[in-house]
Design a protein around this ligand. Structure first.
Ligand code: FAD
Length: 470
């Protein structure tokens, strides 16, 4: 009988290894607190999961309010979508992730706290000439000129004003107004906003198929605050190094940041929160009064969390788009030439995705920033191959003499925009999501709870802090 028994164990092992992610979500490992020596136990007021834009902001603000904190971050740095490249030959820095911030007090105070000067964000490469190219063919789009969006944007702003509550979060009225759930393409034609569509696409990179997104998500990502920022101008760091704030925050938080670490298990059923974390120096047990989750709350990103059936059912509904950024050199593209992907024969000249949004020169001569979007995740090899093909197609089409480029930097920022179905929104998804705040000693911030905008997310997080401290 040895053979059937071995076969049974083999099949069981196969089953366990192939289904492990879902099993770990459903049944996180139990945490035996007595198994950890005092040196491996970290006791804090608040444990923060994720050290990106909102995780770092929360850690600083909560520390400043007298709370002890610890951040658990999977990467080897803080900053999330913020990416800064240092050119080895010139030592110049280039922000190729987050570039700009709103000109508002919360931003100014946060940077001032770390003595980082800000300036109005101007075009990094004055005098650049924009070519409008359809990257499917590599050809310039004959006779194309961007539409004058001024009047249509005023119409868009008038629509936004009807739904001012979307500025602060997802506190929606029920029933949810039908216009918010129209695919944005239908909303554009309903209100005659055609001349603003391409402009909005350029501003809402990473959102996937803009015309298919519900108007709610377009409003969330291009709201009245952003329209105001267009008038006042955006801010950026005078030293062209947006990562500096994260480096300074890391230096200040010191051992309160666990980098290259991930959650193995959580237990939120008692008086506080237990979080078992795998760190480069072994497993650590965090005992905290409260948990603040700032990561994209997709089930695939919550392995080990002791999710309630309600949490599981909410987080399982999130879909996501994909967004990538890269720096290329040796493209053959002449200095000061900037390329915008423009559909030759598409609605409002919006290019089909997956595709490059643009190729922009940076302040380092010969170094170009690529932004790439898709409605679904692609592998790094696929994205990089599509980028290279697009650059070389410019040469084949006779548009520019391009050569096979070299990647100086590349970063995948997927999952990006988290969305749910129309039925879910109508059925009170966001009401139920927001009702999670404070339950089981757990609070949430981050883009899924508001919008993909660091400045507005810091405001949202600030609004949450009193309830965390209460
Ligand atoms: C290319 C690009 C350009 C952008 N440009 C701008 C801009 O100019 N201005 C602007 O305001 N916004 C910009 N954004 C959007 C902005 O970056 C986001 O809105 C903001 O970073 C979201 O903050 P967050 O805290 O939700 O997520 P993030 O900043 O992404 O932070 C999440 C953090 O959690 C970590 N993490 C993820 N999963 C886990 C896990 N399971 N365990 C532990 N840690 C985990 C991640 O590594 C990351 O550090 C840009 C985004 C991208 C991708």
């Amino acid at each position: 009988m040895a053979f059937p028994s071995l076969l049974f164990h083999f099949l069981l092992l196969l089953l366990l290894t192939t289904t492990l992610p879902s099993l770990t979500t459903a049944f996180p490992p139990k945490i035996n607190t007595t198994a950890y020596p005092a040196s491996d136990i970290i006791t804090r007021d608040i444990c923060i999961i994720g050290g990106g834009s909102t995780g770092t902001y929360s850690a600083i603000r909560l520390s400043d309010s007298g709370q002890s904190v610890v951040i658990v971050e999977t990467k080897d740095r803080l900053g999330g979508h913020c990416e800064t490249y240092t050119d080895p030959s010139t030592n110049e820095t280039v922000d190729y992730g987050v570039v700009s911030f709103h000109n508002i007090d919360i931003v100014k105070n946060y940077f001032a706290r770390f003595e980082i000067p800000l300036t109005i964000a101007l075009d990094a490469t004055p005098g650049q000439v924009i070519k409008y190219v359809d990257f499917r063919t590599g050809e310039s789009v004959a006779g194309y000129a961007p539409a004058n969006a001024t009047a249509a944007l005023a119409g868009y702003a008038a629509q936004l004003e009807k739904y001012a509550y979307v500025e602060a979060g997802f506190d929606l009225p029920y029933p949810v107004p039908a216009d918010l759930l129209l695919p944005f393409g239908d909303f554009v034609t309903k209100y005659g906003l055609e001349d603003a569509a391409e402009f909005l696409f350029g501003f809402q990179q990473g959102l996937g198929h803009l015309l298919e997104q519900f108007t709610l998500y377009v409003f969330k990502n291009f709201g009245l605050g952003l329209m105001q920022a267009l008038k006042t101008g955006f801010l950026t760091t005078t030293r062209w190094d947006n990562s500096e704030i994260y480096e300074k925050a890391l230096a200040e938080l010191g051992p309160n940041v666990l980098l290259q670490s991930h959650v193995i298990a959580t237990n939120r059923s008692g008086d506080g929160v237990k979080v078992l974390v795998q760190t480069p120096s072994g497993s650590k047990l965090i005992l905290a009064k409260k948990l603040l989750v700032t990561i994209p709350p997709k089930l695939s990103n919550l392995h080990g969390f002791d999710l309630s059936p309600n949490e599981t059912s909410l987080f399982a509904q999130f879909l996501n788009s994909a967004y990538y950024t890269a720096l290329l050199r040796r493209t053959g593209i002449p200095p000061h030439i900037s390329l915008t992907n423009t559909g030759a024969n598409t609605s409002y000249h919006i290019p089909p995705l997956p595709a490059l949004y643009s190729i922009r020169p940076t302040r380092v001569p010969g170094l170009y920033n690529i932004k790439f979007g898709s409605a679904f995740a692609l592998s790094d090899a696929q994205v990089q191959a599509l980028i290279v093909e697009s650059v070389l197609r410019l040469d084949t089409a006779g548009t520019l003499n391009t050569t096979t480029p070299e990647f100086a930097a590349y970063a995948d920022h997927t999952p990006f925009e988290l969305t749910v179905s129309k039925e879910a929104i109508e059925g009170g998804f966001y009401r139920d999501l927001y009702a999670l705040q404070g339950q089981r000693h757990t609070w949430y911030t981050g883009a899924a709870f508001h919008t993909q905008d660091s400045s507005l997310l810091w405001e949202f997080t600030e609004g949450l802090i009193p309830s965390i401290l209460a």
